[in-house]
Design a protein around this ligand. Structure first.
Ligand code: NAD
Ligand code: MG
Length: 380
């Protein structure tokens, strides 16, 4: 029986993870759940999965939960609660499904305890890839990707020699604006940006998918997970989201992993690896005609993807600046304060203005995130 700490249990990945646990209750159990504010979603999870501890970061919501009838588990609050939980609770696997930079500190605590990290929270690797990969080696903590593209690559690389890999090819659906002209992007609405053609996800990653920043963050994530230079990480548009990613070898042979778009599959794989576990999730029926099409991403139209490649080339804290400015810009877009095409403008300005630091330690990363947020928030 593997015990799980789920960071972000009320989000899209968190809810899918709990469904995997529900379906394999003989293999997995829940030690602790953490959330930001939505105790209305957390309360039924507590009753069903019986964690010994929960963390509600928002103090008011945490206090409300402590006074709710029938809640017997320990309730912690604040960022300190998140960190304490990851550093002390009894668990085998940390499922990182918080959104954004906020997931970094508890993830580092789990790495330092040599736990398995099933990682959905890609921003953690984007902002602190060098530090986390070093710590994970020092403390012998395995990082197994939950992101579907990286899970696909992870699966394709098994049994292969790294020096015989020519390139990693990440697939991208292209999002809701794949066929819009560059000019039309200026006037897209929040609702249009939130309607992803293939995946139902949290708001932040859905906007990132519409701007292709999500793919940019994934290029950086792949760089750190698999130790490949950016020249060997390609992106291809594949609107059907059936091929989750590919690996090309030096002899020209290509391996791919396929599946219907359902995050429970990569989540389950990250929990059960190296075992594969039978499940009742829907499967692809190849007898039904399906088109699998491919195209080049338009880097001129989707500037965020190019910016992510550029920060990977710059290195140091550049990806941290990119991420923090993007988090602020997406938030502003979702509040209706800026247009969709102003997102890369904000990121560009932050990258221009904020000083870069090489091989940053944790303090430098935290400081860089803070400074960038302050700068980006003040831009109109
Ligand atoms: P979501 O917005 O649906 O859920 C986020 C969860 O994190 C919630 O439980 C929320 O309470 C918690 N949270 C948010 N901010 C917090 C904070 N400051 N402190 C503590 N908890 C906080 O997001 P999601 O779509 O589930 O995505 C989660 C992560 O997984 C993201 O990094 C995303 O890029 C990645 N991811 C998601 C998908 C997907 O299909 N949704 C696929 C691949 C990767
Ligand atoms: Mg992905």
């Amino acid at each position: 029986m593997k015990k799980l700490l789920i960071l972000g249990s009320t989000g899209s990945i968190g809810i899918n993870t709990l469904d995997v646990i529900r379906k394999h209750s003989e293999k997995f159990s829940v030690s602790a759940l953490t959330i930001n504010t939505r105790i209305d979603l957390l309360i039924p999870q507590i009753h069903e999965f019986k964690p010994e501890l929960v963390v509600v970061v928002n103090e008011i919501a945490a206090e409300k939960l402590r006074h709710t009838d029938g809640i017997k588990c320990e309730v912690l609050s604040g960022v300190e609660g998140l960190i304490y939980n990851a550093a002390n609770c009894d668990y085998d696997i940390l499922l990182g499904a918080m959104v954004g930079f906020a997931g970094l500190l508890p993830t580092i605590e789990a790495v330092k305890r040599g736990k398995r990290i099933a990682l959905a929270n890609k921003e953690t690797l984007v902002v602190a890839g060098e530090l986390i990969t070093k710590l994970s080696k020092d403390y012998n903590a395995e990082i197994i990707p939950v992101d579907s593209e990286h899970s696909a690559i992870y699966q394709c690389l098994i049994g292969e020699r790294i020096e015989e890999v020519e390139k990693l090819i990440l697939t991208a659906s292209g999002g809701p604006f794949l066929n819009k002209s560059k000019k039309d992007l200026d006037n897209v609405t929040i609702e249009e940006a939130l309607s992803h053609p293939n995946w139902k996800m949290g708001n932040k990653i859905t906007i990132d998918s519409a701007s292709l920043m999500n793919k940019g963050l994934e290029v950086i994530e792949a760089h750190w997970l698999f130790n490949f230079p950016k020249e060997k990480i390609d992106v291809v548009i594949h609107p059907q989201s059936i091929i989750h990613s590919l690996v090309e070898f030096v002899d020209g042979s290509v391996k791919a992993q396929l599946g219907i778009p359902d995050m429970r599959l990569p989540i389950q794989y990250a929990l059960s690896f190296p075992e594969r576990v039978k499940n009742d999730f829907p499967k692809i029926d190849f007898r039904l005609t399906r088109e699998l099409t491919f195209n080049k991403p338009d880097l001129n139209k989707f500037k965020c993807l190019q910016l992510a490649y550029d920060t990977l080339a710059t290195g140091g804290t550049a990806p941290c600046i990119l991420n923090a400015a993007n988090e602020v810009a997406v938030d502003k877009f979702l509040k209706g304060d800026i247009s969709f095409t102003y997102i890369p403008t904000i990121i560009n300005k932050a990258l221009d203005r904020i000083e870069n630091h090489r091989s940053p330690d944790l303090e430098t990363i935290i400081e860089c995130d803070k400074i960038t947020r302050r700068f980006a928030e003040n831009l109109i």
